[in-house]
Structures are given as C-alpha cells and as structure tokens.
Design a protein around this ligand. Structure first.
Ligand code: PBG
Length: 335
C-alpha cells in the first residue's frame, strides 16, 4: 500500500513500467510459492501392493502402506516438509462408536509407524476425528440424532495419544467438537507428548466441497444427515475468529482454514488478526473442480494450479494442504 500522502498520477506514474519484462516482474513480485509451503494429503488402505484410483479425484489413489512409502519417499526427496495421512477403513471394522480409532496398531498407526521408521526426515500429520471409523460417517458419537460433544472429546483424546505413540508429529483435530484442543493438549502432555504439535482445523466449514474426499475414504454413502451441528455455517465469518481464538487459547500451535479458495476472506482475517501459523486446505472438491476444467481442456493445467495456490499465499497462508503438492513440488524444483 502507498504510505503517506503521496500524489502519484499519470503520466508521471506508469504502473506498467515495472511489468515490462520477466526479470522486472520477478524483482517486484510480492508472493512466492515454495516447496516448503506444501502439505501432501495421502489416502492409505489395508493390504499389499494396492493402488486404487479415486474416481471423483482423477490422479489421486488410495495406497497400501508399501506403496505409500514410495510416495512419501518421493515427497521427502522433493523436500515437501509434511504429509497428512487419511485412512480408508474396511467396512467390517466400522462401528457405531468408531472404536477402531482407538485400537492400537490400527491402519493409520501402522502407516505412521512405517513412515517414521523408513523416512524420518518428513513431518507426519494425522487427522483426529471419528468419521473414517463410524458406520454413520459422523466425526463423533451419535446418540438419538445428536453428536455428543464431551463423550466424543474423550475418545478423540485417546485417538490423539495413540497416534502420537505411533510417531505422529502433528495431531490435526478435524472434528469441530467444542473444547477438544484443550483436552487433547492435556492428554498429550500427561502422556509425555509435550512436543507433539497440534494443527487445529479451527475454522472448518460445513461445506459441499468435501464430497470427493468422503468418496475417497468411503464415508460418503453412509453419512446420515449432515455435519451442520458441529462444522461452521458458510454464512459466518466473525464466528471463525471466535473459533480460532478459542483454539489458540486452548493450545493450538497452528490453525487451518477449510475449505480454501471459497474462504480466502476468512484466511486473510485469521492471519491478520492472530499472526499464528495459518494453513489453508485446498479440499477435494476444489481439486476435482480444477481437474474437471483441465481434463476438458477448458483450463491450462500448470498455470491454473499455480494461480490457485498463489492466491493462498496472497491471503496470508503459511502453507497449503493440497492434493497437487507432488506435482507442484516437481515444477518448483525444476526452476
Ligand atoms: C474428516 C475430514 C474431512 C476432510 C478432512 N478431514 C471431511 C469431512 O469433514 O467431512 C475433507 C478434506 C477434503 O475434502 O479434501 N473429518
């Protein structure tokens, strides 16, 4: 922004001068996308040597742990700082109360463990929420049509500790229950995991852009009702600041705004109000939307992907969770 009372007018001022050549545009560029901004989300399934394409997310696969390791190794070679793992749970292991989430040695714990053992130089982040594990597809315990807050938080604390024990570096509660950050922080601390970070999905909206993700983890056909009693109303923005303030005071190290592009205003306000490390999640629906345009040759692939990501940087994101992370890291490392 122009500081002070400077009178700059045409023709003395020509804004196009600084744009006249590539080197000059680079010289005055305000934001850059870097490999260190990227978090790569990955879907893991049980079994050996499995690669299952996700129909609604062309280019994204569910991987068994052996194949997952190759992908994570590749991400680490590109210096992508962190991956986020999402488990695809066998229908027979799902239950009303999602108890598989707190079973030692479950799929996600095995995945975390294998990654930490063979690729120690990449951060591993993991959701805390019950939706992959429940028969009804909700993030919490469902009783008589209500998602029970405090009972759910108790389970989430156990889930977080279990994942930390497996080696998870960053616990990412994505459930939107009230008070969960404080409880999870205490649970982790009392088990000695005071160095385990918490990246809270602090402003997570009840969005229609999560559909392809629910396909990917196999919870879409199951979801009874919607998540509007815990995820935020897309009409609200002040409430997002309240949510973020609560999570910070409860001990969140970093916060997420989710979805991404439709919520850049929220991202901008969160970053400028609190200054805490703030991340955007470019969610599955955003990925699929872009890819549909690209697949139809309506949009140029590389340019549109980069433009969508620089938007997050402009709005103040410290990093972006994006299914394009590998592809973009490849581009950026060639420059
Ligand atoms: C589960 C969870 C969801 C996403 C991340 N964690 C879906 C949901 O809340 O229903 C969405 C991610 C995406 O759409 O890419 N708690």
């Amino acid at each position: 922004m122009l500081k002070g009372n400077i009178n700059r007018t045409f023709p003395k001022v020509r804004m196009r001068r600084n744009r006249k050549s590539n080197w000059s545009r680079r010289l005055v560029a305000e934001n850059y996308l870097k490999i260190s901004d990227l978090i790569l989300p990955l879907f893991v399934i049980d079994g050996v040597n499995k690669v299952q394409p996700v129909a609604s997310m062309p280019g994204v696969n569910r991987l068994s742990i052996d194949n997952l390791l190759d992908t994570v190794k590749n991400a680490a070679d590109y210096s992508i700082p962190t991956i986020a793992i999402f488990p695809v749970i066998e229908p027979s292991l799902k239950s009303d109360d999602g108890s598989e989430a707190i079973r030692a040695n479950n799929l996600v714990c095995r995945a975390i463990n294998s990654i930490k053992k063979s690729i120690p130089n990449i951060g591993v982040m993991c959701d805390v929420a019950l939706d992959p594990y429940t028969t009804h597809g909700h993030d919490g315990i469902l009783k008589d049509g209500e998602i029970l807050n405090d009972k759910t938080v108790d389970i989430l604390c156990r889930q977080a500790v279990l994942q930390a024990e497996a080696g998870c570096d960053i616990i990412a509660p994505s459930d939107m229950m009230d008070g969960r950050i404080g409880s999870i922080r205490s649970a982790l601390d009392s088990e000695g995991f005071y160095n385990t970070q918490i990246m809270s999905y602090a402003a997570k909206y009840s969005s229609s852009f999560y559909g392809p993700f629910r396909d990917a983890v196999g919870s879409s056909g199951r979801l009874t009702g919607d998540k509007r009693t815990y995820q935020m109303d897309p009409r609200n923005s002040q409430e997002a600041l309240h949510e973020v303030a609560l999570d910070i005071s409860e001990g969140a190290d970093m916060v997420i705004v989710k979805p991404g592009l439709p919520y850049l205003d929220i991202l901008y306000q969160v970053k400028s109000s609190f200054g805490i490390p703030t991340f955007a999640y470019q969610v599955s629906g955003e990925y699929s939307m872009l890819l549909s345009g690209i697949k139809n040759d309506f949009l140029p692939r590389k340019e549109c992907i980069h433009e969508s990501l620089i938007a997050f940087k402009r709005a103040g994101a410290d990093g972006i969770i994006t299914y394009f992370a590998e592809e973009v890291a490849k581009h950026l490392s060639k420059r």
